[in-house]
Design a protein around this ligand. Structure first.
Ligand SMILES: *Cc1c(COP(=O)(O)O)cnc(C)c1O
Length: 452
């Protein structure tokens, strides 16, 4: 299953992080700016299947996939094989100078696999932020309009434009202004936090957004709406059913480019190849990255041919975009998703996780909401009996999980969401063991709080 025959087991030989990792952390702190944070400072030597091994010989259960990147597994066999072969042939030419077939093939596959059977074009860049930024460039160019609409709790990257599109000040924007102009933020259909309740959330949030767009910007001035079909960093907010469709309809009626940021949700993660499929949404442009290439840096911008072809020759590109190693990896990822039935597997992971998390929520009123789709699942922590976020408990429970050898990530505008993104190839026994560790972390936290 893993190329290095990595044992699929949790193994703690030292405390976490161990002595070798702590030494390396010291070196990191004197060599790397503190601004580049670390969730869990265990230094990695190998990873694959559902585990990450560290320099102290510990083996941790992976519920993070490097933030939804290694969905097909780390060092996944087909990825390794194709990249190994390619690295001995050529490593770079720059596609804009002398092209190669694998780039074109990745684009053909994305054109065929993304939602909608209209004529499409794709080009490749290096990161999710670069994909979103380029999607906005295309939309502005094609429409001749400037305004870009985004939503509360949205996350789109760290470059000037995408940081501006991102909702959360700390840590993404704080003191990094001035921000890019012509970006407008609208209410998000966040069922758990919608003031009048989840039933009214989709229609009311859409009506408010549409009203504000119409009154404050003018629909005819809007180039694009950019939205994540399930919000990632914002806390795995699954928009109330119907909201995305209402926004997409409004866009279609007003010549606004509907851009789906599927950087985190794409490539089988949510139990569909792309999350938009769940509600039959057909975006005009779809941005992909993270899970696209098994860990090699790659991102895609796929859109309607008439929008994408509007841009003049030389207007799009970049030195490394669609690097040949990354393209081989992407082709291997698509093959792996298909051959190993990973779309189905993501659904199955959700079916295993959700009932156990709901049962946990039944036992602990610290958990206000359990949500997500497929292998993109989260729990939101609140002060018991309220909806007041509890970021301190969230951080404390994440730390307990880490200490026991379970990699979990936090998220959310209020820092009160534990999110789970296991590799889709994680064996069931590790998935179950990880959930058991999480349950124990909750019990230990409650005991500690009550005891203190
Ligand atoms: C991670 C992420 C990005 C940014 O991707 P990078 O590769 O880190 O630039 C953009 N949008 C979403 C939804 C993401 O999750």
């Amino acid at each position: 299953m893993t190329p290095q025959n990595l044992p699929q087991e949790r193994r703690l030989l030292t405390e976490i992080p161990g002595p070798r990792s702590r030494e390396l952390l010291e070196r990191k702190l004197s060599a790397v700016p503190g601004g580049v944070g670390t969730t869990l400072p265990v230094f990695v030597t190998r990873a694959g299947g559902g585990v990450v091994e560290d320099v102290d010989g510990n083996s941790l259960i992976d519920f993070g996939s490097g933030i939804a990147v290694t969905s097909v597994g780390n060092a996944a066999p087909r990825v390794v094989e194709r990249v190994r072969h390619q690295v001995g042939e050529f490593t770079h030419t720059c596609f804009m100078v002398t092209p190669y077939e694998s780039y074109v093939e990745v684009c053909e596959r994305l054109n065929a696999l993304t939602p909608g059977d209209h004529e499409k074009r794709t080009f490749l860049v290096n990161s999710g932020a670069e994909a979103v930024e380029n999607a906005v460039k295309v939309a502005r160019h094609a429409t001749g309009r400037q305004a870009v609409v985004v939503f509360d709790h949205g996350y789109h990257g760290r470059t000037l434009l995408t940081m501006t599109l991102t909702a959360k000040n700390m840590p993404y924007k704080h003191r990094f202004g001035p921000y890019a102009p012509e970006v407008y933020r609208m209410p998000m259909a966040y069922p758990f936090r919608w003031p009048t309740g989840p039933e009214n959330c989709a229609t009311e949030a859409a009506a408010q957004a549409i009203d504000q767009i119409t009154k404050q910007i003018g629909a005819e001035n809007v180039a694009a709406v950019v939205i994540e079909p399930i919000q990632g960093e914002g806390g795995f907010v699954v928009p109330a059913r119907g909201f995305l469709g209402l926004i997409a309809d409004f866009c279609r009626e007003n010549g606004i480019v509907f851009i789906a940021d599927e950087v985190q949700t794409g490539f089988a993660r949510t139990g569909h190849l792309f999350a938009c499929e769940d509600e039959g949404i057909v975006p005009d442009i779809i941005c992909t990255a993270k899970g696209i290439a098994g860990g090699l840096p790659l991102a895609g911008v796929t859109g309607r041919a008439e929008l994408m072809d509007a841009v003049h020759v030389g207007g799009l590109g970049g030195t490394y975009g669609g690097n040949p190693l990354a393209c081989e990896a992407a082709l291997a990822v698509l093959e792996t998703i298909e051959r190993e039935g990973l779309v189905e597997r993501a659904r199955r992971i959700g079916e295993i996780m959700l009932p156990r998390l709901r049962a946990l929520a039944g036992r602990h009123d610290l958990i206000g909401d359990v949500r997500g789709r497929g292998a993109m699942i989260a729990i939101e922590l609140v002060k018991p009996g309220t909806k007041e976020p509890d970021p301190a408990a969230t951080a404390a429970i994440a730390r307990r999980c880490h200490a026991e050898g379970l990699i979990v990530l936090t998220a959310g505008t209020y820092g009160n969401v534990l999110r789970f993104l296991p590799p889709l190839v994680i064996p069931d026994h590790l998935l179950e063991e990880g959930l058991t560790l999480l349950e124990k972390a909750f019990s230990a936290h409650i005991t500690a709080v009550q005891g203190g």
